[in-house]
Design a protein around this ligand. Structure first.
Ligand code: UD1
Ligand code: CA
Length: 465
């Protein structure tokens, strides 16, 4: 029978002190609620439904591939499930309920919880954890034989319950039919005046239905993010988890504490990552590439044995053995073919740099197609924007662009052509030709010597006075 996941993501997240809904806050470049959806899917949940409410449009935009139901008034986690009842009917099999603010939960933990409920035939399996500091969490109240009697929220704790270290992680697997048959038994008779989903445990216990508490062996994965402090803690834990996975798979990290890698990034064997490097989004780094230090790469592909040093890359594709940096900026649509070089202080946008071509120093290249074996001299620029529209520059194979050439687009430099340094090229240069645009140099003989001599006389007169 299929497993459905219900993700609660309607809460305001008051403790975040934010305009942005809590579950939209990012951990390693990924909104928390998306991490929860990914974990549910990886755990094999074939249907995922989310409850949205606070900032619903904002959150739903992040969940364009998930069915969302609205909880117009936030009357608690139990009420959130009531709002989803219609969408989940007819309910059968296992229903996993997850919080949109628990971004570290691993798929294998969700799967184990489902297995445990189905094996035991219980109405609910609750994932629990022993926390060093249980403050803020609901506590698991067990009877003399270890049976779970109920969950008591932090604000409802009796004095003698304060030191219970076993907490409710907010992750549950229900028998869906049993849940919906008893959901109306929830009430708001508690410190917060809310329908607590956690009260289902005592309801089931009273009805003689099976309740199992499943302790996790990795309490860190159950962190519920209610504040920015916890957001930073969650980021640290996910950072370590991701980095360790990559190191085990053959990636060198000079200092893994100073490397931040998003959950969807793929790294091949023998990649080396230097400190202060951020790899985010749908980024892939292939075999032997060397990245950093001080580099930020988003949604880019880095080819085998490429080298990227102290640069920012967004939506770029860097070919085999190509080099970038130090201190360059590759913007969306940049394609560097194999063995090409982008050196220091170069910005490239929506352009292709052909195989073995070089843009070594201080250039801007936009909307350009550069062929193979081209050299672009220092300080050369494509003038691609006339104030209203963008225009294309084409530089064919083997061309040589002299230093400080202004290529005023649209313009084509033919195969093997040369532009003279400091030329403003406004017309096409045919293959094999020279394009030169600059006034002739004048040399005024002896000028500098005369100037220096006059200066020396002035100083002498000054000291006599
Ligand atoms: C909840 C649990 C607590 C547990 C903790 C684990 C309840 C009553 N308490 O407390 O036992 O230890 O999680 O992290 O369930 N939400 C809605 N609609 C609402 C209220 C909340 O969708 O009306 C969503 C929130 O967006 C959030 C999740 O439910 O993703 C949990 O809500 P939150 O307010 O963070 O509950 P906690 O106080 O952390
Ligand atoms: Ca919470």
């Amino acid at each position: 029978m299929g497993v459905t996941a219900l993700i609660l993501a309607a809460g305001a997240g008051t403790r975040m002190k934010s305009e942005i809904p809590k579950v939209a806050h990012e951990v390693l470049g990924t909104p928390m609620v998306r991490l929860v959806v990914a974990a549910a899917r990886q755990a094999g949940c074939d249907r995922v439904v989310a409850v949205t409410g606070h900032g619903a449009e904002f959150v739903e935009a992040l969940l364009d591939d998930v069915q969302c139901v609205r909880q117009e008034q936030r009357l608690g986690t139990g009420h959130a499930v009531m709002c989803a009842r219609g969408a989940l009917m007819p309910a059968e099999g296992s229903l996993v309920v997850l919080s949109g603010d628990s971004p570290l939960l691993r798929p294998e933990t969700i799967d184990a919880l489902v297995q445990e409920r189905e094996r035991s035939g219980a109405a609910i399996a609750v994932l629990t954890a022993e926390m060093d500091d249980p403050a803020g969490y609901g506590r698991i109240v067990r009877g003399p034989r270890g049976e779970v009697l109920g969950i008591v929220e932090h604000k409802d704790l009796a004095p003698q319950q304060m030191d219970i270290a076993e907490i409710n992680t907010g992750t549950y697997c229900f028998d869906a039919a049993v849940l919906f048959a008893h959901l109306d038994k929830l009430d708001t008779d508690n410190a917060q005046g809310e329908f607590y989903l956690t009260d289902m445990v005592s309801v089931f216990h009273r009805e003689g239905l099976g309740v199992v508490g499943v302790p996790t062996d990795e309490p860190q994965e159950t962190i519920g993010v209610n504040s920015r402090v916890q957001l930073a803690q969650a980021t640290r834990v996910l950072q370590q988890r991701i980095n360790e996975r990559h190191m085990i798979d053959g990636v060198t990290m000079v200092d893994p504490n100073l490397v931040w890698i998003g959950p969807d990034v793929e790294l091949e064997q023998d990649v080396v990552i230097e400190p202060m490097t951020f790899l985010m989004g749908a980024t892939t780094v292939e075999r032997g590439a060397h990245i950093g230090p001080s580099t930020r790469i988003t949604d880019s592909k880095i080819g085998p044995d490429a080298r990227v040093d102290a640069s920012v890359l967004i939506g770029a594709n860097v070919g085999r053995d190509a080099t970038v940096g130090p201190v360059s900026y590759l913007r969306p649509g940049t394609v560097l073919m194999a063995d090409s070089k982008v050196g220091a202080c170069v910005e490239i946008k929506k352009s292709t740099v052909g195989e073995g071509s070089k843009v070594p120093h201080l250039s801007y290249i936009g909307d350009a197609t550069i062929g193979k074996g081209v050299n672009v001299g220092a300080g050369s620029i494509t003038c691609n924007y006339d104030g209203a529209r963008k225009h294309a520059t084409v530089i064919e194979d083997g061309a040589f662009i002299g230093s400080d050439t202004m290529l005023v687009a649209p313009v084509t430099i033919g195969q093997g052509a040369v532009t003279a340094a400091a030329s403003a090229i406004t017309r096409d240069v045919a293959a094999g030709s020279l394009g030169v645009e600059r006034s002739e140099q004048r040399t005024v003989e002896g000028w500098a010597d005369r100037k220096r001599a006059a200066g020396a006389e002035d100083t002498e007169r000054g000291s006599e006075a």
